[in-house]
Design a protein around this ligand. Structure first.
Ligand SMILES: Cc1cc2nc3c(=O)[nH]c(=O)nc-3n(C[C@H](O)[C@H](O)[C@H](O)COP(=O)(O)OP(=O)(O)OC[C@H]3O[C@@H](n4cnc5c(N)ncnc54)[C@H](O)[C@@H]3O)c2cc1C
Length: 447
């Protein structure tokens, strides 16, 4: 069985010589960094994206591909509406089939309690004009013929989309390059150059670039990068595992999440499967340091995360990972070009069996490939999108497991923040200083 298609063995597609100076440096070539760069270039800026590994090699290509409004934090809803509009426009501009389809999303409720939890989210949907509704058992039987699970009902949003992350994010990068963005892969940013409390450049493994504006979109590495500058961000990351089946009969186009697993029809005729159970937190020094920030989340959902006390060597919060370095040092970013957690074969095999049991008409379900990704998360399960206390440094990170769908709009917003233009949205929920200013951590909806 194959592993994940983007590996460290692959040669960079975007090489090139570092420019002396640019208007904006974006750290990270995931969906957030690429979209930020694209919209900044559209705003007239000279933009450089620096990626330590390869574009989209971490979370942005490993995710399930759900572009959902369903279950979002209310503060994200207007941004998500913009993101959906942008996905449609950008898909057209890629001149590629990125698998964008408005196929809908359904959360099956196994108990009356979880059904009631889903129902609580409906007023937010109504307020933002989203077509979410509750489905009955009969609706579900029509939507998923052959389903053996016996949900008591479901939450469904027919207007939600999906896309193929592995194709989509590189395709967005290609648009950005076409529109003047320079991307350099295998080029880790080691640290910022700071003069009189302001950003004046970045120091990379290949040299220095002058700039007064930096957007940090480093995914699971962002907190480590900030820490080296003495800036604390209570970001942690959890492992989530995915399996792609071989092409299978069509049991439904609607992406669904049930008792044991979540499934989504892929453009290649297979399904992406993932466990609907707990993700796995690799416990390192930051997990202890930031424990007080996560108390409310733990109280709300004490079994939401399994703990692994031995993060693999070189991971952002591993015990031996360097926390401090200087501009001459080889940094943790260069030591790990691609964060590539391994899936557990036994669990992946169980996913295939569970899917076959859920839809017996499929017969034996064979897997084509399996992989895992580290999801970067925040105590309140919503991102940080804001200026930092360091003048010139803006952060777009902590997308908390739902940054693919909202990525284009978050990128547009970050580009505007970097250019001191109004973002057009209320970003107060995503403030950088909410973890230190006494704000009570209220986790986003558990939907
Ligand atoms: C298994 C899984 C399933 C998911 N399912 C969904 C879903 O269905 N829908 C959804 O909306 N979201 C989903 N997500 C979440 C989504 O994938 C992420 O929120 C999103 O991709 C985050 O994008 P990003 O650009 O912030 O980070 P990333 O994609 O992780 O990119 C960050 C990049 O920064 C680079 N970098 C870091 N530090 C440096 C440095 N110092 N110098 C240079 N480069 C650096 C890294 O190499 C990396 O490429 C899922 C995530 C996973 C792992």
């Amino acid at each position: 069985m194959k592993g994940f298609p983007i590996t460290s063995a692959q040669a960079p597609r975007y090489a090139g010589v570092l420019p002396d100076a640019v208007d904006l440096v974006v750290i990270g070539g995931g969906i957030i960094g690429i979209c930020t760069a694209l919209f900044a270039a559209r705003g007239g800026a000279k933009v450089l994206v620096l990626e330590k590994g390869l574009v989209a090699a971490e979370q942005s290509s490993r995710n399930w591909g759900w572009i959902r409004q369903q279950g979002r934090d209310p503060a994200e809803m207007p941004i998500m509406a913009e993101a959906q509009r942008l996905w449609v426009e950008l898909a057209r501009e890629t001149n590629e089939d990125i698998g964008l389809a408005q196929a809908g999303v359904t959360y099956l409720a196994g108990t009356e309690k979880s059904l009631a939890g889903y129902e609580k989210w409906l007023p937010y949907a109504a307020k933002h004009g989203v077509s979410s509704k509750m489905l009955s058992k009969a609706d579900l039987a029509a939507m998923y013929p052959g389903l053996t699970e016996t949900p008591v009902g479901a939450l469904h949003t027919s207007s939600d989309y999906r896309a193929e992350p592995l194709v989509a994010v590189p395709a967005l990068a290609a648009i950005a390059v076409r529109e003047g963005v320079q991307i350099i892969e295998h080029c880790a940013v080691r640290c910022l150059d700071i003069t009189d409390g302001k950003v004046t450049g970045v120091v990379t493994e290949k040299g220095r670039v002058c700039t007064s504006r930096v957007v940090l979109a480093g995914g699971a590495w962002s907190a480590l990068f900030l820490r080296n500058h003495g800036i604390a961000l209570p970001q942690l990351s959890v492992r989530s595992q995915v399996a792609a089946t071989v092409p299978l009969p069509d049991i439904g186009q609607v992406a669904g999440s049930g008792k044991h697993l979540a499934f989504r029809r892929r453009a290649d005729g297979g399904y992406s499967l993932a466990s609907s159970g707990a993700s796995e937190l690799y416990v390192g020094p930051d997990a202890f340091r930031f424990l007080p920030n996560y108390i409310n989340q733990l109280r709300d959902d004490p079994f939401g995360c399994m703990l692994n006390l031995l993060p693999p060597k070189g991971f952002p919060d591993a015990w031996g990972t360097k926390r401090r370095w200087s501009r001459q040092d080889i940094t943790p970013f260069e030591r790990m070009r691609i964060l590539d957690p391994k899936p557990v074969a036994r669990k992946m095999a169980k996913l295939a069996r569970d899917f076959a049991a859920m839809f017996p008409q499929l017969g034996e379900v064979k897997l084509a490939s399996t992989w895992a990704g580290m999801i970067d998360t925040m105590p309140d399960i919503v991102p940080v999108v804001d200026h930092t206390p360091l003048e010139g440094l803006i952060v777009g990170t902590g997308m908390s497991g739902h940054g693919f769908g909202i990525g284009p709009a978050m990128g547009r917003i970050l580009a505007d923040l970097a250019a001191d233009r109004p973002s057009g949205h209320d970003l107060s929920r995503f403030r950088f200083n909410r973890f230190t200013d006494g704000t009570k951590m209220v986790p986003g909806p558990d939907v």
